[in-house]
Write a protein that binds this ligand. Structure first.
Ligand SMILES: [Zn+2]
Length: 561
């Protein structure tokens, strides 16, 4: 489609070659050629840090392996990949052949028992049954990155020959899942190379696929219907159709405590130990699941139709995905769910005093990225919608998605709004209230008529007198229970009546005493825990001691507060 060509990547690299996977051994062997690349002078080729390179060559026939180097300066990579380049004597010091042939192999731990401390989107995860690798962060296939424009070329056309002797389904983003141990997959539409292969069931409903679902066919049919209605709504409002059929993947993490969803349209992945697709049918968890799905479906627009850049990337991509999920909640789930969601967003903001959007210059300015992009930004966007009306809001979204600008920085964000509002006085008012003001959050809360109790809970600066039941506890930062980290120090439960603003000052000296008495090689935590009753405080202390001294290996010291 034309807008992809204009706003996505100007030139789309093509990846061709062979891949050999074993989900039982945790191995990936690749022999891949990247061609049709833009002629960049300053670039990196990002490749997952677990991949060992046999060679990099110019892909023309008969060429010898090239020397390559690694850069330490690729600070924008999310950490999973290394940044390679081919050194040269030209001005940039880097040389990029028209086509590059990579041969490399990776071996990863196969974790069937959740022993990994952490799992996340960019992890190349083998859980014993499947391989999961996302097509952006993991960089399991080399990804070209333009240093000058801060643009990465993860969307590629491809022609891949994949063998996996211990798989029964092989899936690459944008192709149909292939049953069997061998797949030849091609795409002439640019896709990131999200990969999911292994031993699982693949169910097709109305041309959409569900991979490894826990739900039965009847539940999946209902779910498919619901999600299809969400997609039609967004298509209709934004005037940009979804391309291709969706593939919904359900899988488990290799750690105990991580669960999340991510979208690389047409693929939407849910990684969790909780109920998966079938939680849709569950009365208490169903709406939460659908709200997450709505957010991921919205990423087709804010992520795929247009990939945003600059420091505003998170605020725009996540903020508008969440904004659209809120719209879907209101229109398809219920008004009361929508109101609950508004209130919970306002309550969460208790922990952040946001910088006005106009002052966002780097990711660090968010202070708390999670709160800023998923809570603050959608509240501000909903308030702006209240001011300018729904119709102009949809127009703004369309312009954000389709405007030919290259940099999607704050200026772009503001200019597009100005253009759509096309009323100077109105625009100035909106800018002043929601984009420039230090009170933008408060302004949004009142524009959205969120009940005063939520508002005051989030802005409770008036000191009152209160009785606290509290204790202070220090334990090892890490490696708890080892011989070098086996000390817990805590106070008994004590009581103080004072102004809410004074409490921390009153307890500080005790907290310092506790921390000083606690000796562990990894250092000690230092937590002041307070409650409204002595029973709650005692129960809280007991819970912590039970948790951290499970095996009775710890030396526990008790101090007088
Ligand atoms: Zn998101």
């Amino acid at each position: 489609m034309f807008y992809m060509a204009i706003h996505g990547q100007d030139t789309i690299p093509h990846v061709k070659g062979r891949i050999l996977i074993s989900v039982r051994k945790g191995t990936i062997e690749c022999d891949l050629t990247l061609s049709n690349m833009p002629q960049l002078s300053d670039y990196y080729l990002r490749l997952n840090s677990g991949m060992n390179i046999r060679y990099i060559k110019n892909a023309e026939p008969g060429m010898l392996p090239l020397r390559y180097e690694r850069s330490q300066d690729d600070t924008l990579s999310s950490g999973e990949s290394l940044a390679y380049y081919i050194p040269s004597y030209n001005e940039s010091g880097k040389y990029l052949p028209h086509a590059v042939h990579f041969n490399y192999v990776g071996m990863y731990p196969v974790i069937t028992d959740t022993t990994s401390a952490v799992d996340w989107r960019g992890n190349i995860a083998f859980n014993g049954k499947t391989l999961r690798a996302d097509g952006i962060q993991s960089a399991w296939c080399p990804i070209l990155y333009d240093v000058k424009t801060d643009r990465s070329y993860e969307n590629v056309t491809y022609d891949l020959d994949i063998t996996c002797h211990d798989c029964n389904v092989i899936y690459v983003n944008g192709s149909q899942p292939v049953s069997g141990t061998h797949a030849k997959v091609r795409s002439s539409t640019p896709q990131d190379l999200t990969l999911f292969s292994g031993d699982f069931k693949s169910v097709a409903i109305n041309g959409n696929y569900f991979l490894n679902p826990d739900a039965d066919e009847q539940q999946l049919t209902q779910l498919e219907n619901t999600l299809d209605a969400y997609q039609k709504y967004l298509e209709n409002k934004l005037g940009i159709p979804y391309k291709g059929k969706a593939v919904y993947i359900q899988t488990t993490p290799v750690s105990k405590n991580n669960s999340w969803m991510f979208a690389s349209y047409p693929t939407i992945v849910s990684v969790s130990w909780h109920e998966g697709m079938k939680s849709f049918a569950n009365k208490s968890t169903g709406t939460g699941f659908l709200q997450y799905m709505a957010h991921e479906l919205a990423h087709y627009y804010f992520g795929k139709v247009r990939a945003f850049n600059s420091a505003t990337r998170g605020m725009i991509s996540e903020g508008f995905a969440e904004f659209l999920a809120m719209r879907i909640t209101k229109n398809f789930i219920s008004n009361s769910k929508y109101n609950d969601e508004l209130k919970s967003k306002v309550r969460a903001m208790n922990n952040l005093t946001p910088v006005p959007m106009q002052k966002i210059r780097s990711e660090a300015d968010y202070r708390n990225r999670e709160l800023y992009v998923y809570y603050y930004a959608p509240l501000v966007f909903l308030a702006i919608e209240k001011e300018i009306g729904e119709e102009k809001m949809w127009t703004w979204l369309k312009v954000l998605l389709l405007s030919p600008a290259v940099k999607t920085d704050y200026t772009f964000f503001e200019q597009t709004l100005k253009e759509v509002v096309s009323d100077k006085a109105k625009f100035d008012l909106v800018r002043e209230k929601y984009l420039e003001s230090n009170q933008a959050f408060q302004n949004a809360v009142s524009a959205l008529s969120i009940p005063a109790d939520e508002f005051s809970a989030a802005n409770n600066n008036i000191p009152v007198t209160k009785t606290y039941y509290y204790y202070v506890i220090s334990r090892p930062m890490a490696d708890i229970g080892s011989s070098q980290n086996n000390m817990i120090v805590h106070t008994e439960v004590a009581q103080i009546t004072c102004l809410t603003t004074e409490f921390l000052d009153r307890v500080r000296a005790t907290a310092i005493k506790v921390k000083q008495a606690c000796k562990n090689a990894t250092g000690c935590t230092n937590d002041i825990n307070s409650y409204n009753s002595i029973e709650e405080a005692q129960a809280g202390l007991k819970r912590l001691l039970d948790r951290y001294n499970k095996n009775g290996r710890m030396v526990v010291k008790v101090l007088k507060p």
